[in-house]
Design a protein around this ligand. Structure first.
Ligand SMILES: Nc1ncnc2c1ncn2[C@@H]1O[C@H](COP(=O)(O)OP(=O)(O)OP(=O)(O)O)[C@@H](O)[C@H]1O
Length: 330
């Protein structure tokens, strides 16, 4: 295998007394589509600015396509497309004119310029605004012009800082589908606040909080993590607890009284086998009632809650285990 597309080693950034990025290390292989997730102020934009050579690190290093961001910044810039969080556009320029200017700056061959511009406008759904002044565009269209700009020179690596910010739901769906199609051919590092976007588009997630990496795992492995079984039994609590704890194939993660004779248990299977049917039989055979028996798969939301929210929330309330359709991390 050649050089990783992105290699980050002990990257640290201080803004005066503020430690924004704290010894961050990760590697992204060519063609991977990685979600970079974290609450506000986690350090995502700072990392992305360092990776795109716009900001020097205080210590540590990063290499993109094998080139050092600090000492070989021109080589790095040639190989990346960057969509910053706020896009600096020239308000008096028209969309197509702006992309022509950007294609020139990026050194796209003259004979290829119009082909690339048309392709990127099509991909980013901005053909209909190609003659509009940038200053008159909505935030959603500005964002998509920024994405088209990032794609212009067909760079192998795309660094996208909140590409769906300001878009309406239809535009979000279109942009996510565009980004998904870019994976494989391009390496994509995508920062977002929205967990469901990562689930829809990415193969892997890196969660950063307070400048430190809290999780770096593929979504497939997350989905393969052992599920939790929720059982609510109406019957004598001590006896019900003893029956569940006697089973060698189960781990009782928690036990909580809901009413005087109603108890909720959180269980995990030791051997990976689904224990629901045997559990139901045991409970019914003893003449108790089974009010609830379900399985909760590990979701990104639950993991996010575990690694970020629980630590920040000193109330100690347990993390929710089920994903909602769209959850904002901040
Ligand atoms: N120029 C700066 N000067 C001082 N502190 C800064 C500067 N830029 C960012 N910070 C601080 O560094 C930390 C990380 O900020 P950063 O913008 O990288 O986080 P983020 O994860 O991108 O957040 P958001 O999602 O809100 O954009 C925050 O505490 C922020 O206040």
């Amino acid at each position: 295998m050649g050089a990783p597309a992105i290699q980050v080693e002990n990257l640290t950034k201080n803004y005066g007394p503020v430690l924004a990025v704290d010894r961050v290390s990760f590697t992204v292989q060519p063609g991977e589509l990685v979600g970079f997730l974290g609450p506000n102020g986690a350090g995502k934009s700072t990392c992305m600015r360092i990776l795109t050579t716009w900001l020097p690190a205080s210590s540590g290093y990063a290499r993109l396509a094998g080139f050092d961001v600090m000492y070989e910044s021109l080589e790095v810039r040639r190989r990346i497309g960057y969509l910053p969080e706020s896009i600096p556009l020239y308000p008096e320029m028209r969309v197509r004119e702006y992309l022509q200017y950007r294609a020139r700056v990026k050194g796209v061959e003259r004979s290829q310029r119009n082909i690339r511009i048309d392709y990127c406008m099509e991909r980013c759904h901005i053909r209909e605004v190609r003659n509009r002044l940038l200053g008159t565009l909505s935030k959603g269209y500005r964002q998509r012009v920024g994405l088209a700009d990032a794609l212009l020179a067909d760079p192998p690596i795309l660094i996208l800082d909140e590409p769906t910010s300001g878009l309406d739901p239809v535009q979000i769906a279109e942009t996510l589908s565009t980004i998904k199609q870019l994976g494989g051919k391009h390496t994509v590092l995508l920062s977002t606040h929205i967990l469901s976007e990562v689930e829809k588009v990415c193969e892997r997630v890196i969660i950063i909080d307070k400048g430190r990496i809290k999780l770096d795992e593929s979504l497939r492995r997350i989905s393969e993590r052992k599920p939790t079984y929720i059982v609510e039994v109406r019957g004598p609590r001590e006896a019900a607890s003893a029956v569940l704890r006697e089973r060698n194939d189960l781990i009782v993660l928690s036990e909580r009284g809901i009413e005087s004779d109603l108890t909720a248990f959180e269980l995990q299977s030791r051997d990976g086998k689904d224990p629901r049917e045997t559990l139901a039989r045991q409970i019914i055979e003893r003449g108790w009632n089974l009010r609830r028996l379900d399985v909760q798969r590990v979701s990104l939301e639950a993991l996010f809650a575990e690694v970020v929210l629980r630590e920040n929330n000193h109330s100690g309330s347990p993390a929710p285990a089920e994903a909602s359709s769209q959850t904002h991390a901040s």
